[in-house]
Design a protein around this ligand. Structure first.
Ligand code: ATP
Ligand code: MG
Length: 139
């Protein structure tokens, strides 16, 4: 059993898509091990996306993820959860996302792409511990 970290981003929360996205997650066999709504501060978003700090979109991305409205933070569990969740999300740019993926169906554009997912076991561990304490995660 593997854990990954997911965010339902402000564009999706704002459009009342939390339920539809959770339904996709659960129907693919992921267990929701932890979940909470949060409004990120700019500092939290900058720390979370520190690997992207040299990228041209860093300022827009961190502003959107904080000032854009509340998000839903999730820990998901499944065999091969990291790869499986990235497959279900689809490509970063919804124009490139495969049919049946969450980003193909719901994303607005390459930035407002509705969901986040960890890209490696190391980043999943960092991202989970960035937002959740061990006692909040129930297998
Ligand atoms: P995520 O990390 O959110 O799961 P990802 O791994 O598919 O998505 P990354 O390359 O890690 O994509 O980029 C992180 C986020 O930064 C993207 O999800 C998107 O919101 C934003 N982003 C990425 N590339 C661009 C871009 N060219 N222009 C604007 N925003 C971008
Ligand atoms: Mg990423």
């Amino acid at each position: 059993m593997e854990r990954t970290f997911a965010i339902i981003k402000p564009d999706a929360v704002e459009r009342n898509l939390i339920g539809k996205i959770l339904e996709r997650i659960e129907s693919k066999g992921f267990r929701i091990a932890a979940m909470k709504r949060a409004r990120l501060t700019l500092e939290q978003a900058e720390g979370f996306y520190h690997v992207h700090k040299e990228r041209p979109f860093f300022k827009d991305l961190t502003t959107y993820m904080s000032a854009g409205g509340p998000v839903v933070l999730l820990v998901l569990e499944k065999d091969n959860a990291i790869t499986g969740w990235r497959e279900l999300m689809g490509a970063t740019n919804p124009k490139d996302a495969a049919d049946g993926t969450i980003r193909k169906e719901f994303a607005v554009d390459i930035e407002k792409n509705s969901v986040h997912g960890s890209d490696s076991p190391e980043n999943a561990a960092f991202e989970i511990s960035y937002f959740f304490s061990q006692t909040e995660i129930l297998s």
